[in-house]
Write a protein that binds this ligand. Structure first.
Ligand code: GTP
Ligand code: SPV
Ligand code: MN
Length: 601
């Protein structure tokens, strides 16, 4: 089963809802002239259309229906085995000058890249149906909300976009018929899913994206990383707001006092899990609710940062998800879910490494091969994903559709670090917090192709997603801070520190509530902390560790600063800044000097 499938012919009333906007019509005609599809299918996001596309996808082996009793209205898709993650090496920011893209992005001159892509797209949709997807990113009534259109020759993309975005009429209405209105132009074609002809290209000045040669989520759901982060961050700088790779959660005390926090962790480093956490028993009466699990758009309101989640669904990592680690995610994916690259059991259920219970005696693995517990290969791909509507989440925050967003009390940065970084600490002030974000590092994961487990700097978890010069991005953060009269406090966390035995020192998941509680205490000015060279650190008794099955010496280790490790870390910061070739704002260079000086005191 693969993505590429021949044209489909819809009955009357399906696939014919053309928008009135002439700019959209002209653009679609231009793309059709180039790609030569058999027909054009205008998506409206309706139930009837969805049912038709699912039926066609089942017939064409693009989807497998799962057991209706075990996982109602849910499907499995297998991508091409060469196409299972984002491809950072083939992701480009195409701007008139290389400086605009900056030292962390692959760059190409726009005209050159357009020509190359147009050559590849010539006749690429012959024999296929071209789908046109209207969608918005953001709540229907938010000022931040953006309109996008995605053209694609993949039904999997259409079905996924319907889960991940607000799709159809709502977008056509928001756009209206002004031919000069602002909207994002996204073109996607599978071509022949050949890794050597795979490019994810962004043209920020044109508000345009072209993605070819892949069928994997992060490369092809153009609303997500491409629009909401890469183009989004470019627009955010121009327009004075922030587009960030952050979850947004609400946390309410038993007394009913509520705070919202936003947290940037790199890909596959715990955003979805943190956004849905269930507090341990000891925290009875505390409630965590999800606004978003991957992307935050934040604007300044009344001197504070106010955040919306531009998405409408979750595209989450499957392996490791269980009733033990994340019951809310499990409940979310029990029905109406599109799975990609997990294993299929003999009774039509889905399975993955880390799911509750014993592994099945036999299954079909993510590649479509027989699998048993004795197999050397993994049953589910480590980057297998679920796409599920956020409405499935039992702890969805009631203000998720609020156009003005939710006020942010704290920003949290965090990476996957087996050493050096303590469980949690707090920045001294905004610019110090920006420095913590700018110097973040994390071990690479299966969310992108390439080596896994290598520590790399990933500023604000945006290394793969910042659509412009990273120096200007740091500058933008500093400038935003100047405009905030009530800025969020900034923290750094690390759930992944390991002990001498190579095991995680911290239980993580629900127990991360203990760290979140300290963060809230700090926002409430009630939490204790000691001043350290790296920031405000809790001492063990400042954290609520009641009923926690972790040895005291592990807690001390988790909160410890090893001066030798930190000398290496400081050198790492310096090397990183130097590697950026002079674009780092002087405020951050000064932060590094001050950090180094504090270690000498
Ligand atoms: P993207 O969707 O790629 O942006 O990932 P994400 O940041 O949302 O990460 P997610 O929550 O899906 O977690 C990724 C992996 O980290 C999963 O295998 C989780 O089981 C694991 N994980 C999440 N939180 C924790 C934690 O607190 N401790 C440990 N040890 N593992 C965690
Ligand atoms: C990530 O890699 O950060 C993801 C998954 O959220 S993807 O949408 O594939 O980029
Ligand atoms: Mn992500």
């Amino acid at each position: 089963m693969r993505n590429i499938a021949p044209a489909i012919s819809p009955p009357a009333g399906i696939g014919d809802r053309k928008p009135a906007n002439q700019a959209v019509l002209d653009w679609v005609q231009d793309v059709a002239k180039l790609t030569q599809p058999t027909n054009i299918f205008w998506c409206d996001g309706s139930d009837r259309e969805n049912a038709f596309l699912i039926e066609q996808s089942l017939q064409q082996n693009v989807l497998i229906k799962l057991n209706e009793k075990k996982v109602p209205r849910s499907y499995l898709h297998r991508s091409n085995p060469n196409d299972v993650a984002r491809v950072e090496q083939f992701t480009f920011i195409c701007t008139p000058t290389k400086e605009e893209a900056g030292p962390t992005n692959n760059w190409s001159e726009p005209a050159e890249m357009y020509l190359k892509l147009q050559t590849m797209l010539k006749g690429a949709m012959r024999g296929r149906t071209m789908f046109v997807i209207p969608y918005i990113m953001g709540p229907a009534d938010s000022l931040l909300t953006k309109v996008g259109f995605e053209i694609t020759d993949s039904k999997y993309v259409v079905l996924s976009m319907r889960i991940m975005t607000r799709m159809g009429d709502v977008a056509i209405k928001r756009l209206g018929d002004d031919a000069n209105a602002e909207w994002n132009r996204g073109v996607h074609s599978l071509l022949d899913v050949d890794p050597t002809r795979r490019f994810i290209c962004h043209f920020p000045q044109d508000n345009a994206i072209i993605s070819v040669g892949s069928g994997y989520g992060g490369n092809v759901l153009l609303s997500k990383k491409c629009l909401a982060l890469r183009i989004g961050s470019y627009l955010a700088r121009k327009q004075g707001w922030l587009a960030e790779h952050m979850l947004i959660l609400g946390v309410e005390s038993p007394e009913g006092k509520k705070h919202y926090v936003a947290a940037a962790f790199p890909s596959a480093c715990g955003k979805t899990n943190f956004a849905m956490l269930i507090p341990p028993k000891h925290f009875a009466g505390w409630k965590v609710t999800t606004v978003g699990d991957d992307i935050a758009w934040m604007q300044i309101r009344d001197g504070r940062l106010s955040a919306v989640n531009p998405e409408n669904g979750y595209f989450g990592v499957v392996p490791g998800t269980s009733y033990k680690s994340n019951p809310n995610a499990m409940k979310s994916i029990e029905h109406d879910t599109l799975y990609t690259n997990v294993a299929l059991t003999d009774d039509g259920d889905v399975w993955w490494e880390g799911k509750d219970g014993a592994p099945p005696a036999h299954a079909i693995d993510w590649r479509g091969n027989d699998w048993t517990p004795d197999s050397k290969e993994k049953a589910a791909h480590p980057n297998s994903r679920f796409a599920t509507p956020m409405g499935n989440n039992p702890v969805l925050d009631p203000d998720v559709e609020k156009g003005e967003g939710v006020p942010i009390s704290a920003i949290i940065f965090g990476g996957r670090r087996s050493d050096t970084m303590p469980l949690v600490f707090q920045a001294f002030d905004w610019n110090h917090g920006v420095y913590l974000g700018a110097t973040m590092a994390s071990e690479t994961t299966a969310a992108a192709t390439g080596a896994v487990g290598q520590v790399r700097r990933d500023p604000m978890a945006m290394l793969p997603f910042c659509g412009y010069n990273i120096g200007d991005y740091f500058r933008h953060w500093i400038e935003i801070g100047k405009r905030l009269t009530n800025p969020p406090l900034i923290f750094n966390v690390n759930w992944f520190r390991k002990g001498g035995d190579g095991k995680f020192l911290w239980p993580g998941f629900g127990d991360n509530m203990r760290v979140l509680k300290w963060i809230i205490d700090r926002c409430e000015k009630s939490g204790g902390a000691v001043e350290s060279p790296i920031g405000w650190l809790p001492s063990p008794h400042d954290l609520d560790l009641a009923d926690l099955d972790v040895e005291h010496k592990c807690v001390v280790e988790l909160l410890g600063i090893d001066h030798e490790e930190w000398q290496k870390e400081l050198a790492g910061h310096q090397n990183f800044f130097e590697s950026l070739g002079g674009v780092v704002p002087k405020e951050l260079l000064k932060q590094r000097e001050q950090l180094a000086a504090r270690f000498k005191q």
